[in-house]
Design a protein around this ligand. Structure first.
Ligand code: KIV
Ligand code: ZN
Length: 425
């Protein structure tokens, strides 16, 4: 029998049975993610005005407050200022936080990274080198054999410098574009591990394709490398899917997740830390971050980076807790005291937002909105009164071009109709 086209497409996804444990809900990996923050490196290098030392220190302290497990403090060899920042922040680092500095696969840069971070209780040299066929041929202009030799040489060099004390991370730049030479990508990561890397990082340096393709590539690496290898992902948001890609990569076996505050980073940014953390939390994963600090952190980072938060930004945007349509307002009202809300994707309290669901009245709104708005502002009103007031307020709003009515305007109309006995039946 001929298969329907949608059935052919569907075979590429895990089945629902593979995602749940009967009677227990969603399957979750038995580990917590290791959040390796890249705000001070990838985020900073993409700012119109990169941060100075004092500014970096403020962000660094916010990251410690949030409780990330690792912080990439900079690119020590990029400038004198970057070196000093890496060195100073390393001296402030607590015991349990990995502190890394990025370097290309060049001994001089590796030396500077190590020199800058060696004071940290848990220093990590991070080496990046391209591995995709396209970049090897068109940017490096060398053979795969030479790429592998350079990886082995640089990682072995870093391993020797760091000894038993420091850690070494290897990133295969453009991994997400390595579909044509996937076998080589696996070989490159294996070579890095054999040369002494503690962690291999799989970047989606430029987001070009669908999340599931990247995740399938991550799974291939996870299955090909020895069990227990530490695998990380670092994704960019060029097509707006970095959160999905990172979250699903965790379920595919990548336990280190590289993310940035407010999604700062090159071009459309890096994966947003808050979105990944809350998506995983919602799926039952134990996220070892102080989620309560998210909202305040987002405001500080926006102010300091000069990058505004769009009002529809997931979790932290000003308007994302607002409900304006009548159907939604009814659902919000009926489930407001329940753990799960009909239209509530996340708990505003959890991320330290000062307010939760906000109901506003426009020409699209219903009687539940009037009831909730008045009751929340301390004015007792019956559901019947709210129902009678709805067409009056709707028509006023329509005269405004459909715009939102203030609480004062709603109160005034209530008082007016009450005073003329409109609600007496
Ligand atoms: O996007 C990228 O490939 C990077 C690497 C340094 C990990 O930022
Ligand atoms: Zn990056």
């Amino acid at each position: 029998m001929e298969q329907k086209p949608n059935a052919i497409i569907a075979t590429q996804y895990p089945s629902i049975q593979e995602m749940i444990i009967p009677g227990q809900g969603l399957k979750t990996p038995p580990v917590s993610p290791f959040f390796m923050d890249v705000t001070l490196r990838d985020g900073n290098q993409a700012l119109r005005k990169p941060w100075n030392l004092e500014e970096k220190e403020i962000i660094f302290k916010r990251l410690l407050k949030l409780g990330v497990q690792g912080i990439e403090v900079g690119f020590a060899s990029a400038s004198k200022q970057d070196f000093e920042a890496c060195s100073y922040l390393s001296s402030l680092a607590p015991e349990n936080v990995a502190i890394s500095s990025l370097s290309r696969a060049v001994e001089k840069e590796i030396d500077l990274s190590w020199e800058a971070i060696r004071k940290a209780p848990r220093p990590r040299i991070h080496i990046v080198y391209p591995i995709s066929d396209f970049t090897i041929r068109n940017v490096l202009g060398i053979s795969e054999k030479q790429v592998k030799e350079n990886i082995i040489r640089s990682v072995s060099y870093a391993r020797k410098l760091a000894g038993n004390y420091g850690e070494v991370q290897f990133s295969g730049e453009h991994f997400g574009d390595s579909l044509e030479n996937m076998d080589f990508a696996v070989e490159a990561f294996q070579a890095a591990l054999d040369a002494g890397a503690d962690v291999v990082n799989l970047p989606n340096t430029v987001e070009r394709y669908r999340p599931y393709l990247f995740v399938a590539m991550v799974r291939k690496v996870v299955e090909s490398l020895p069990q227990g290898s530490k695998i990380s992902v670092h994704t960019h948001n060029d097509l707006g899917m970095a959160t999905a890609t990172t979250v699903e990569s965790f379920f595919a076996g990548a336990t280190q997740l590289e993310t940035a505050l407010n999604g700062l980073g090159e071009r459309a940014g890096n994966t947003n830390t808050y979105e990944v953390a809350i998506a995983l939390h919602n799926c039952g994963v134990k996220v070892d971050l102080d989620l309560q600090t998210i909202y305040e952190t987002s405001r500080i980072v926006s102010r300091m980076s000069g990058v505004p938060i769009p009002e529809k930004a997931p979790l932290i945007g000003d308007d994302v807790v607002a409900h304006r349509s009548g159907i939604h307002q009814d659902g919000v009202s009926k489930t407001k005291d329940m753990k799960k809300g009909a239209y509530r994707a996340f708990d505003a309290n959890l991320i330290g937002r000062p307010e939760g669901d906000r109901i506003a009245f426009t020409s699209q709104s219903g009687k539940s909105a009037i009831y909730e708005i008045l009751m929340q502002s301390g004015i007792s009103v019956s559901k019947e009164e709210a129902s009678k007031l709805q067409p009056i307020l709707k028509s006023i709003s329509e005269n405004y071009g459909g715009g939102e009515l203030s609480i004062e305007e709603i109160k005034t109309e209530l008082e007016k109709v009450r005073s003329i006995g409109e609600f007496r039946s």
